[in-house]
Design a protein around this ligand. Sequence first.
Ligand SMILES: Cc1cc2nc3c(=O)[nH]c(=O)nc-3n(C[C@H](O)[C@H](O)[C@H](O)COP(=O)(O)O)c2cc1C
Length: 399
Amino acid sequence: MSQTEQSIANDRFRSVLGSYPTGVAVVTGLDQQGEAIGMVVGTFTSVSMNPPLVAFLPMKTSRTFQNLREASDKFSINILAADQEGICRTLASPGERKFDAVDWHLSPAGNPIINGVVAWIDCEYANVLEGGDHFIVLGSVKDMGLERDTTPLLFFQRGYGSFSTGPMVLASERETLQCARLAEVARNEIESLANELQMECSLVAPVGNDAVYVAVANHNPENDNPSHLGVRVPLTPPLGTLFIGHENALSEDEWIARLGNKASPDTVAKARSKLSSVQARGWSASLLGNLSADQLEQAVTMYSNPQRTPEQERHFLSSVSTMFDLHEPDELDINEKHDMLHLSVPVRKPNGEVALALRLSEFPSQLSGEIVHSYLQKLQKTAVTIEHLIAAQPEQSVH
Ligand SMILES: Cc1cc2nc3c(=O)[nH]c(=O)nc-3n(C[C@H](O)[C@H](O)[C@H](O)COP(=O)(O)O)c2cc1C
């Protein structure tokens, strides 16, 4: 053993390597009596695509690994989901017949698959190498499947956690309090507008990379959708135009960058032109198009779930881009009928920064342009009232 190896204390080794996060998998199989057995590993990794190989590293002293290996030439890797921490703890603790406490079924090769895992991989032993106090087990992949479209369980610094996509910026305490305060100030105004128009009237606030519904009043007797309160919409072109360049939101360039580097110059130009026309006219609108309100509802509910996967997020953002032309139409012809998704106006703080968007949604279908314009005037009037109420609030410092 070299000088350096000797001088690394176990605690230091654990704490430095514990700073690298891993997923959590369970290696499963049947023992010689045909009972399901398995061990929790953080060392599962993919190795090679051609030929398909994976690996995990059991301690040489592991009895479970010994039992697995003696009983069979095959095993299955189960990738645990974020909500399976309890199962992980059960299986990682010492004891017999631990699978009695877990629901599972058999894989095509006859290995246990724990119900609700993200994915499973049936393997045969390709090689078992030595690696210090561990074995390095190479598994030859025979079959595999995705079981559940959800985020995986993660392990980091000896604690469990879950994955959240990068742009999900949580509001700081200061931002949350600010939003709650503004929503409270405007509560009566949005209630009375929703009542007058028999529609949904809400306040939406920019929080990092998203816009969040912070207050919702709904008096549409036909609406049985769940409340939008707390729902998030990404500030991604063409969404979020009222907030771009203002406090707590993205700059114009950051907003454009969210289109990704594959966006065509034409798309970028369209996004910039929609933004400047919204800023010039002072209102934002979107049409419903071919999407049903239910489809939209499902999409935003999915995006608002902090456990959304990157794949689900990409799917959402690409469906937003197919609706590009429905957002910020140049005009809403007074003589035509419109299927509106929302109509929104900015609510400014005394310093001119846009603090909130005041939004009407859940419109009746085929609304005449004349009515839409009259609703816009009512929205603008209510926004001015809310701006006066905000200006009349004593300055409150939040630390
Ligand atoms: C998150 C997590 C990751 C683990 N990773 C490994 C691993 O990669 N290799 C290993 O041998 N044990 C690992 N363990 C420990 C085993 O799950 C198990 O507790 C240990 O092998 C028990 O030994 P036994 O098989 O003799 O009962 C891990 C435990 C936890 C909770």
